[in-house]
Design a protein around this ligand. Structure first.
Ligand SMILES: NC(=O)c1ccc[n+]([C@@H]2O[C@H](COP(=O)([O-])OP(=O)(O)OC[C@H]3O[C@@H](n4cnc5c(N)ncnc54)[C@H](O)[C@@H]3O)[C@@H](O)[C@H]2O)c1
Length: 257
């Protein structure tokens, strides 16, 4: 299939790597023009050089921290200036960052995880809605996690943030349906990205823990970023025209058992 997003414009956060980069490739392949935003300029530059990206001329890169409201404002402004309208916001930025017993967390650590996962969604979504409400059209896709549905030891702030994203998705779907705006989320399971590897190495989780965790997914493997991007693409496309307020679970069966 091709052209499922022909004529559409999208902002994709966390676009430089992992799931966000896979989504840029998928969205551009299906005809969208994309503002790719990431905190890392070098990752964005690498993205535009990869042979996976079919039409680099349809990608505008923007370096910035999307937890910052100024970056969010600037990103949406760039999209309107470059393309004239904003059809899709794909909020991908997030991460668990740390594993720690809840009673040992500092307030600063708690806020760091909430800021990365929730403030980023707040800042970008607010600015996008200002444009989408005026257009009376648009669709927003948030990235929750299977960890937004179930809990896990030492992931309290991440569980809270990803659960929050899922229910914020429902809240916004209800609030903005009358503007013709759909709001959905994806809930990925383990997905083969750099941050997954980092989570289990830099954070000094015991040896073998990553493999053990992946085996708890009934499909007995981690997803490829492209498999998560495929779900995002469906939610962004007109094929999902009657889908709003849902969390599409792409977790190899993790939360089914
Ligand atoms: N990888 C998994 O196993 C997995 C599972 C479930 C959910 N998720 C969620 O999927 C999303 C993407 O995860 P990933 O594994 O692809 O991550 P990743 O680390 O591979 O990529 C994240 C990208 O976001 C960028 N970034 C980080 N902070 C930023 C900020 N403040 N502003 C702008 N850009 C920023 C990074 O530079 C990087 O390019 C996250 O929300 C994550 O919680 C991932």
């Amino acid at each position: 299939m091709a052209d499922r997003l022909a004529g559409k414009t999208a902002i994709i956060t966390g676009a430089g790597d992992g799931i966000g980069a896979a989504a840029v490739n998928a969205f551009v392949r299906e005809g969208a023009a994309v503002v790719a935003v990431d905190i890392s300029r070098s990752k964005l530059e690498q993205l535009t050089r990869t042979p996976d990206l079919e039409s680099p001329e349809r990608v505008v890169i923007m370096q910035g921290d999307v937890t910052d409201e100024n970056t969010a404002f600037e990103t949406v402004t760039i999209c309107r200036t470059a393309f004239g309208h904003l059809d899709i916001l794909l909020n991908v930025v997030g991460g668990s960052i740390m594993r720690k017993a809840f009673h040992e967390l500092s307030v600063a650590e708690w806020h760091t995880v909430l800021r990365l996962n929730l403030d980023s969604v707040f800042a970008m979504t607010k600015q996008a809605l200002l444009v989408m409400c005026a257009q009376r059209s648009g669709t927003i896709i948030n990235t929750s996690s299977q960890m937004g549905i179930v809990g896990a030891p030492q992931l309290g702030p991440y569980n809270a943030a990803k659960g929050g994203i899922l229910n914020l998705t429902r809240s916004l779907a209800a609030e903005y349906a009358s503007y013709g705006i759909r709001v959905n989320a994806v809930c990925p399971g383990a997905t083969r990205t750099q941050s997954l590897a980092d989570d289990f190495t830099e954070l000094e989780v015991r040896a073998g823990a990553l493999e053990e965790w992946i085996r708890r997914h009934p499909l007995k493997r981690a997803a490829e970023p492209e498999e998560v991007a495929a779900g995002m693409l469906f939610l962004a496309s007109d094929e999902a025209s009657f889908v709003t307020g849902t969390g599409l679970v792409i977790d190899g069966g993790y939360t089914a058992v």
